[in-house]
Design a protein around this ligand. Structure first.
Ligand SMILES: [Zn+2]
Length: 343
C-alpha cells in the first residue's frame, strides 16, 4: 500500500470501528511496529538520497493525521461507552425508597406506663430500685429471715452469700420504708424486673416484671386497699369489673389476701380463661406486717399500711389474650407490631 492508500483505509477503518476494542485493533494494524506505516517505511531504503527526506516527511504527516483521527474517535467511543454504562447502572430517583422500620415499645413497658399513670393520678410516687439486691432488703427486712421456708418458694439467683438478683420488687419497698422512716405518709408504686430460678414455659419465666404498691399512714385499713384495687381492676379490665378478697398468707403482710377480679371475657359467667369460675386471680396484698414497720423504724402501734403486688406479664396476658409469656422477651416484630396503637 502506498501512503495515500494507508491514509484512506486507515481513516475509513477508524470511522468503522464501533467500539474501543475494535479501535485498538485498527491502531495496531496501522501504527504499530508491524503495522502498515512501518511496512511503508521499509520502502525508504530503495529511494535515492534526494527522495528520502520528502518521503520521510510524508510518512510522518500520514502518521500524525491517522493519530489525530484515532484520538478523536477514541474520545467519541469512550463517551458512548460511559453513557451506556450510566444508562445500564442508572438509579431511578423517582422510585419510592425502602422505609426504615421505627422501633416500638415493648408491650410490657406500655403496660407499666399504663399502671404507673393510674397510680400517679391517685397521688402515688413511682420508685425504682436495683435488680442486684442485698439479701437484707430482699428477704430479711421483708420478714423472711434466713432459713425461713418462704425462701424456698422463691428459688433465688444468689451472686454470693449477701448479694442476689431480687426475687420481688418488695426489695424496693423495704428500702423505701427505711429511707422514709419515721415520716408519713408513704404512697409509692415500685415497678421492675425480678428473677427466679424457674424453667421457662408458656406461663413461667426466670425473669418477669412486678409492680408493687405501698401506703403507710394513720388509719390505713383493708377497706382502703379494696377501694384502691377495685378502681385499678376497673381501669385495667373495664368499668363492670368487681373484685373480691380471699384470705391468703404472705410474710410481708398480715392479714394477707389474694385478689380476684370478675372475668372480663365471660363477664363472670364462666369460660376457659377463668376456668369456669367467673373469677381471675390478679393480685396479692394485705396489711403491712407490724414487724416490717418496726424493723424499718416506724411505730406500729399508731401507724398502719397496706401493700399489694401484681405480675405485669399476667395482667398484659389476660388483657390482650396472650397465651405464651415468652412472647414478651423474644422481640418478634410480628408480635410487638400489634401494640403500635398505644404509641
Ligand atoms: Zn371467664
Amino acid at each position: 500500500m502506498d501512503l495515500k492508500e494507508i491514509m484512506n483505509q486507515g481513516v475509513q477503518a477508524i470511522k468503522d470501528a464501533d467500539n474501543l476494542e475494535r479501535l485498538e485493533e485498527v491502531r495496531i494494524s496501522f501504527l504499530s511496529k508491524k503495522g502498515h506505516l512501518s511496512l511503508a517505511m521499509r520502502q525508504m531504503k530503495d529511494l535515492s538520497n534526494e527522495e528520502k527526506p520528502a518521503f520521510g516527511k510524508a510518512v510522518n504527516e500520514t502518521k500524525e493525521a491517522i493519530e489525530s483521527v484515532l484520538k478523536d474517535r477514541f474520545q467519541e467511543l469512550k463517551d458512548i461507552a460511559l453513557n451506556e454504562s450510566m444508562k445500564k447502572n442508572a438509579i431511578d430517583i423517582t422510585l419510592p425508597g425502602t422505609s426504615l422500620k421505627p422501633g416500638l415499645q415493648n408491650p410490657l413497658i406500655l403496660m407499666v406506663r399504663e399502671m404507673e399513670a393510674f397510680f400517679q393520678e391517685m397521688g402515688y410516687k413511682v420508685v425504682e430500685g436495683d435488680e442486684l439486691e442485698l439479701d437484707l432488703y430482699n428477704f430479711e427486712k421483708a420478714n423472711i429471715p434466713k432459713d425461713h421456708p418462704a425462701r424456698e418458694m422463691q428459688d433465688t439467683f444468689f451472686i454470693d452469700e449477701h448479694n442476689l438478683l431480687r426475687t420481688h420488687t418488695t426489695a424496693i419497698q423495704t428500702r423505701t420504708l427505711e429511707e422514709y422512716a419515721p415520716q408519713i405518709p408513704i404512697k409509692v408504686v415500685c415497678p421492675g424486673k425480678v428473677y427466679r430460678r424457674d424453667d421457662d414455659d408458656a406461663t413461667h419465666s426466670h425473669q418477669f416484671m412486678q409492680l408493687e404498691g405501698l401506703v403507710v399512714g394513720h388509719n390505713i385499713t383493708l377497706a382502703d386497699l379494696k377501694g384502691t384495687l377495685s378502681l385499678f381492676a376497673k381501669r385495667m379490665f373495664g368499668e363492670d369489673r368487681v373484685i373480691r378478697f380471699r384470705p391468703s398468707y404472705f410474710q410481708f403482710t398480715e392479714p394477707s389476701v389474694e385478689i380476684d377480679v370478675t372475668c372480663h371475657i365471660c363477664n363472670g359467667k364462666g369460660c376457659n380463661v377463668c376456668k369456669q369460675t367467673g373469677w381471675i386471680e390478679i393480685l396479692g396484698g394485705g396489711m403491712v406486717h407490724p414487724k416490717v414497720l418496726q424493723d424499718a423504724g416506724y411505730d406500729d402501734e399508731t401507724l398502719t399500711g397496706f401493700a399489694f403486688g401484681v405480675g405485669i406479664e399476667r395482667i398484659a396476658m389476660l388483657k390482650y389474650g396472650i397465651e405464651d409469656i415468652r412472647m414478651f422477651y423474644t422481640n418478634d416484630m410480628r408480635f410487638i407490631d400489634q401494640f403500635k396503637r398505644f404509641d
